[in-house]
Design a protein around this ligand. Structure first.
Ligand SMILES: *Cc1c(COP(=O)(O)O)cnc(C)c1O
Length: 404
């Protein structure tokens, strides 16, 4: 069957929920993907901040093969060794602060669902049953399930799915006064990303971080969604380490599986103690196969020193992007932290046009809101691969922003 026939079949058999165009990739190695015509593309999307060791990583292949041949799934009514080992690593990592317990899920949305349930139960048991509201920020993204869609501060995404979960409240990103005014006896938690990923690579301001700390000191739970920023993407295992925050609950997913589906939420002992048998569960979350991969990811990031590579490659990438900005005049702002990089374009340059121009250069990049293009290379990307990316991206920006 030709690629064209296969895509036609896909269009007839799969929901029409993504604009995949004519892109059909059949294999990957490292930072490259190969399409059905045998053409190679430089992949700076990484499955949306997910394949942090690149494609077909030897250590992941070995771990998956071995674990699949040993024990793939047994449910959570029994202990399994890889999940215990991974949880132990996550809580004992020094930057985790006082996060002392882990619950494994299958995805980011599920991790956030669990975090929201935990916050509600904590609020009810500590402050009374009225205490169930969670405040989130405009332009945030927390997932596609009903509770996480309700938490996502993007009205465009809500309109066809009303009514939302009661107790969903939004304040503008970095508006400290609005946040303080929104908190009352009904508020059990505030849920934030340190840097909004889907929302356009928007970081929390210093002042807002300070406000979050003050509210937390007054008893409000701080939940940080590290689904995109976590697991080394920003240069530390958790991005909150660089913001000086100590959350009560943290959620993880994307990078944790290096391409294998897994998610997790972590909490302090004090908060986690409010979940007892029967309060939360999942059939497949924390299965031996997913957590075996998670162990490989963690060991590579921490023991193999991948965080140093993130810092060095981020510096190289940003220096090159600054040159492209100077040369083309088409870039309004360079944003992001570590290898979560956002390029905001000036009015008149469409992110979609840059993405298409990159595709023509055989490079994959992904958009975010507000005219931002995201670069999300694997964390083990090499200096030579960054140079290649800069060359391709520079050519693409030159074309898409030629009016500047
Ligand atoms: C991707 C993402 C999610 C949702 O994760 P899924 O695995 O797609 O459910 C939640 N929060 C943030 C910040 C994300 O980037």
């Amino acid at each position: 069957m030709t690629a064209k026939d296969l895509i036609e079949l896909g269009n007839s058999a799969l929901f029409n929920t993504y604009n995949r165009g004519d892109k059909l990739f059949v294999s990957g190695k490292g930072v490259y993907l190969t399409n059905s015509d045998g053409e190679e593309y430089l992949d700076f999307v990484s499955g949306i901040a997910t394949n942090i060791l690149g494609h077909s990583n030897e250590k992941i292949i070995a771990a998956v093969s071995k674990q699949a041949a040993t024990l793939m799934h047994i449910s959570n009514i029994y202990w399994n060794k890889p999940s215990i080992e991974l949880a132990d690593k996550l809580v004992n990592y020094k930057g985790a602060g006082s996060l002392e317990k882990v619950f494994f899920s299958n995805s980011g949305a599920e991790a956030n669902e669990g975090a929201l349930k935990l916050a509600r139960k904590y609020g009810r048991e500590v402050n009374g049953e009225q205490c169930s509201e969670v405040i989130t920020l405009t332009d945030s993204f927390h997932g596609r399930t009903m509770a996480t869609l309700s938490a996502t501060g993007q009205p465009d995404m809500h309109k066809d799915f009303q009514p939302l979960l009661p107790g969903s409240k939004y304040v503008a990103l970095n508006d400290s006064d609005a946040l303080k005014a929104a908190v009352n006896d009904n508020t059990c938690a505030v849920l934030v990303e340190t840097i909004q990923g889907e929302g356009g690579i928007n970081p929390l301001s210093d002042e807002f971080v300070q406000t979050l700390k003050e509210l937390q000191a007054d008893g409000l739970l701080l939940i940080i969604d590290e689904v995109q920023t976590g697991i080394g993407r920003t240069g530390t295992l958790y991005s909150f380490e660089q913001f000086g925050l100590g959350p009560d609950i943290v959620t993880l997913a994307k990078g944790l599986g290096g391409g294998f589906p897994i998610g997790a939420f972590m909490a302090t002992d004090k908060v986690a103690a409010h979940f007892n048998p029967g309060d939360h569960g999942t059939t497949l979350g924390g299965n031996p196969l997913g957590t075996a991969v998670g162990n490989v990811i963690f060991d590579e990031i921490i023991d193999a020193g991948l965080l140093d590579n993130v810092a060095a490659r981020a510096e190289q990438l940003n220096a090159g992007l600054q040159k492209i900005a100077d040369k083309t005049g088409a870039i309004a702002e360079l944003k992001g932290l570590g290898l979560l990089v956002g390029i905001e374009f000036k009015d008149g340059v469409q992110a979609a046009d840059v993405i298409t121009a990159c595709y023509d250069e055989k490079m994959l990049v992904v958009g975010a809101k507000h005219n931002v293009v995201r670069l999300l290379p694997p964390l083990n990307v090499t200096a030579a691969e960054i140079d290649e990316a800069l060359e391709k991206f520079g050519a693409a920006v030159g074309k898409a922003g030629k009016q500047y």
